[in-house]
Write a protein that binds this ligand. Structure first.
Ligand code: M6R
Length: 614
């Protein structure tokens, strides 16, 4: 949700550095982009444009000015429509300061009114312009001490922000601050970077500082100083990022989404690495070791997430309840945080998040901790806010996920949740040793089975060709595969813009069946389970309305294959692990449908990779 990159140092190609960074960050928002530089005459030069990064860069390349300091931004619009004027960077009224901002200023309308009464005129519809003018107004009063002005202003701001600011009156200094939205400082000798995440920094350095909420950083090529809002000096902890450049490149694929779908055998394996030990016939979830006892005695487990991560939580609800008999509730972060949830010290709450920065999930962690319950994270992005503030947690180790549609993070979330469920169940003596070992073998074999499904991609592509002109699709499954239907529908709608809904198969007759017409695609997840026969009966109901059934099967059941219009056969797997296989064809289906429609799968309209605003 908006990407920030900023640079100050001894290189005079700041513009190039910033645009390279913006290309890497584009997955965070692509409504508009731009940079602001301070040139040799100490003037602020801005190059920004509605649309993808390439367009703003084109403007810059016409002038190609040399500069050693600048800020850049790729936008996902919140206040003000995505157009040229609302693009960041945004200048203050005097044009002395330029700012880039990720987040939402909640009290912007009151501040705007105050500023207007003082004679400020606004050139954009953004809350960001209010923020920079508010800083400017305070700066006028505080005898032009910018650091103090920033501090005073931020203490009066409500809402979330990560900001980077340049000031032509002190042209060698870059300022940054955060609350709620992430900001990372990269350090490479006399060159410093500020960014929303480590991905644009890794090209330059592995040394980073993760700024904490309410910290302000002041940087020149000589010096870096961090203070908090109480004006206390902070001794920063420099950490190493483990990201490799290849991991954030497309590696020969036409999109990050396809690359990430195809690398799932590897990413799932990475999630199991060091956790599953087939030789020792055991599995270890070291990340949450200190809380295993708490989990075993938990009165209830709550799982919180948004979007795809919430779907992973739903799969876990079925799995955990079946195998641990501990009651499980699954909550959207956006609902959980506002309903004063009843939490006790013997509740354990899992927070699932690929990015580790989703605002609603992050806020839910804070509430959980305040209420004294245990907060455990299942996060992909190492060093992210959720990973840092939860009591303990398991990293997915799926590698960076850049495609806006989450794919490999989902399967890694599932494998982690399955491992936790199996381990707990064994400790609770519900899964006995023999079955425990058998399940470990099955989990270990999943990457190979995923590979087998990926090999069928041409068949799935052919099915996509049949449905890409349709207006609406339904997905249905039962039990643990109902959330797979939800996830399949989410994938299709977010990248192909085809209306899609997921339902528990039996629920169709309670309403959605009215939507069925001749040829409406209904994707049915019908792999073997206790409810298998019942799902087949649901297929009959759909076929009776002349809808088009595409079935995910796990055996060549002649009767079902003949009944449905198209089938995709996935390998058989036991013990409720099937969601991790069944989602793969649905990811591929969504991908190929979007490709047939000529859409950019990595930059679906209106979306951004990480939702750091509520
Ligand atoms: O980073 P998170 O897992 O917390 O993100 C949650 C959702 O925003 C995310 O899963 C979103 O729904 C994806 N676009 C789904 O593909």
């Amino acid at each position: 949700m908006c990407g920030i990159i900023a640079y100050v140092g001894n290189k005079s190609n700041a513009g190039k550095i910033l645009f390279e960074g913006l290309h890497t960050l584009e997955y965070r928002g692509y409504d508009s982009s731009g940079i602001a530089l301070i040139n040799e005459k100490n003037n602020i030069k801005i190059y920004k444009k509605k649309g993808i990064v390439k367009l703003a860069k084109k403007k810059f390349l016409k002038e190609k000015i040399s500069s050693k300091i600048g800020i850049g931004h790729t936008r996902w619009a919140t206040h003000g429509e995505p157009n040229n004027k609302n693009s960041h960077p945004i200048l203050s009224y005097s044009k002395n300061f330029a700012i880039v901002h990720n987040g939402i200023i909640e009290n912007y309308s009151i501040l705007k009114k105050i500023l207007e009464e003082k004679g400020y005129k606004f050139r954009t519809d953004t809350d960001t312009e209010v923020l920079i003018n508010f800083i400017e107004e305070i700066n006028k009063k505080s005898k032009f001490d910018f650091e103090n002005s920033l501090n005073t202003a931020l203490r009066q701001i409500r809402g979330a922000f990560a900001i980077a600011i340049i000031n032509k009156k002190i042209p060698n200094y870059l300022y940054g601050a955060r609350r709620g939205s992430p900001l990372v400082v990269g350090i490479s000798e006399n060159n410093f970077f500020l960014a929303s995440d480590a991905s644009p920094i890794v090209k330059h350095t592995n040394d980073v500082i993760y700024l904490k909420d309410n910290e302000i950083v002041k940087i020149s090529s000589e010096n870096l100083k961090i203070t908090n809002l109480k004006k206390e000096k902070i001794n920063p902890e420099v950490k190493k990022i483990e990201l490799k450049i290849e991991e954030i490149e497309k590696g020969g694929y036409d999109s990050f989404m396809l690359k990430e779908i195809m690398e799932q055998p590897k990413s799932i394996k990475r999630s199991m690495l060091g956790r599953i030990n087939v030789n020792k016939k055991n599995l270890f979830i070291n990340g949450i070791n200190d809380y295993v006892k708490k989990l075993l005695n938990a009165k209830r487990i709550i799982i919180v997430g948004c979007g795809t991560s919430w779907h992973a939580g739903l799969v876990a609800e079925y799995f955990f309840e079946k195998y641990t008999r501990i009651p499980v509730e699954v909550e959207y972060g956006s609902e959980f945080r506002y309903r004063n949830p009843i939490l006790n010290s013997d509740d354990v709450v899992f927070f699932i998040s690929q990015s580790g920065e989703t605002a609603d999930t992050l806020e839910s962690v804070k509430i959980t901790k305040k209420k004294g319950a245990t907060a455990l994270g299942i996060v992909n992005n190492v060093g992210s806010s959720i990973a840092r503030i939860t009591d303990e947690g398991c990293y997915l180790h799926a590698g960076p996920e850049i495609g806006v549609a989450s794919t490999k993070a989902f399967t890694s979330q599932l494998i982690i949740l399955f491992m936790i469920g199996v381990r707990l169940s064994n400790r609770l003596n519900i899964i006995k040793q023999k079955k425990y070992v058998e399940m470990i073998y099955q989990l270990n074999n999943i990457p190979k089975l995923v590979e087998e499904i990926l090999e069928q991609r041409n068949k799935i592509k052919n099915i996509a060709k049949i449905i890409y002109k349709k207006n609406s699709c339904l997905f249905m499954g039962r039990g643990t595969n109902f959330p797979v239907g939800l996830e399949g529908a989410l994938k299709l709608k977010e990248i192909s813009y085809i209306h899609a809904e997921g339902y528990p198969a039996a629920e169709l007759k309670h309403g959605p069946i009215a939507l069925l017409e001749k040829g409406t695609p209904v994707i049915v997840i019908c792999t073997r389970s206790d409810e298998y026969e019942k799902t087949i009966a649901n297929i009959e109901e759909v076929k009776a309305r002349k809808a088009m059934v595409i079935a995910i099967l796990d055996s060549k059941n002649k009767h079902v294959s003949e009944m449905v219009d198209y089938s995709i056969v996935v390998p058989q797997i036991k013990n409720d692990f099937s969601p991790i296989l069944n989602i793969i064809p649905l990811q591929l289906l969504a991908y190929y449908v979007a490709k047939y429609k000529g859409l950019d799968v990595d930059k679906p309209r209106n979306l951004a990779k990480s939702v750091t605003v509520e």
